[in-house]
Design a protein around this ligand. Sequence first.
Ligand SMILES: NC(=O)c1ccc[n+]([C@@H]2O[C@H](COP(=O)([O-])OP(=O)(O)OC[C@H]3O[C@@H](n4cnc5c(N)ncnc54)[C@H](OP(=O)(O)O)[C@@H]3O)[C@@H](O)[C@H]2O)c1
Length: 290
Amino acid sequence: MQERIVILGALGQLGSLIKNIAPANIELHAFDVSEFDISNLAQHQSLYQELAPTTIINTAGYTQVDKAESEQEDAFAVNAEGPANIAKACSESCRIIHISTDFIFDGEKQAPYMPSDLASPLSVYGASKLAGEEKLQTIRPDSSIIRTAWLYSAQGKNFMNMMLNLMAELEELAIVNDQIGTPTSAHTLAEVVWRFVANRELKGIYHWTDQGAASWYDFAVEIKQQALAIGLLEKDISLRAISTQEYPTPAQRPKYSVLDKSDTYKAIQFQGKSWQEELNTVLRERLPIE
Ligand SMILES: NC(=O)c1ccc[n+]([C@@H]2O[C@H](COP(=O)([O-])OP(=O)(O)OC[C@H]3O[C@@H](n4cnc5c(N)ncnc54)[C@H](OP(=O)(O)O)[C@@H]3O)[C@@H](O)[C@H]2O)c1
């Protein structure tokens, strides 16, 4: 079958990487927010009528976690109605692959979260993403939902790039040490998404992150050490571990949101690498080309 694929959110961190590594033998149509608004049902209906896609990959999202606390309606329009609109408008034979988040969990569990564990979001962002999952599963239970966490890439707005900029400027940085998750390369997740595209049997909820676990402080320490070692950072900086209480934010985040990926490993025959190894690959992408 000739795949005709639509990517939504194509200028976002993950969407742009998925687009960049698309296999040559597919027909690809990628749309960013300026061309296509996922909260608008009529736009979905006319696009899918025109293109008759075989697969829709939805990476579009309202991703500003703190801002969502005061923009609940906007967050739900994009993160809940967006995926629902895809499911309502596309044909029954069209595959839907949707990206969700670890922030649907409350972080009270002491062991990695299974896809079947109870979701209980602490934030508006988490609640809006959970509503998106639920609507998708109600209308199209055969959708593939990939939950991920702590995404970063060589380009784009993310923790790694923010740390590199701050570390170059400041003498000291304080970083939260009591939220545990898994830093995840968006580059590798993009490869994982194409593995999902290749296997139409993968339906339901799956988890994907890089391997291991870390606090934001651990992540910052590793960024600093690796960036110094490869010459991306020129001076050392003092990093101080602080608690969430010392760094209050509008949105509450889970204290622990490591995801269990064993089902995904079996399904796609791929396990990725430790988050530290993945970080090294992504940091090297930031080095100037010789
Ligand atoms: N980043 C993370 O740490 C993380 C963790 C777990 C899960 N996820 C999920 O992974 C997915 C991809 O995340 P990402 O890091 O690539 O986020 P991103 O860089 O913010 O990309 C999302 C894209 O969606 C666009 N968008 C916003 N509203 C839209 C609308 N109404 N219609 C169409 N497009 C719209 C955004 O445009 P603007 O930039 O102009 O708003 C942006 O280009 C999202 O579903 C996110 O919830 C992300």
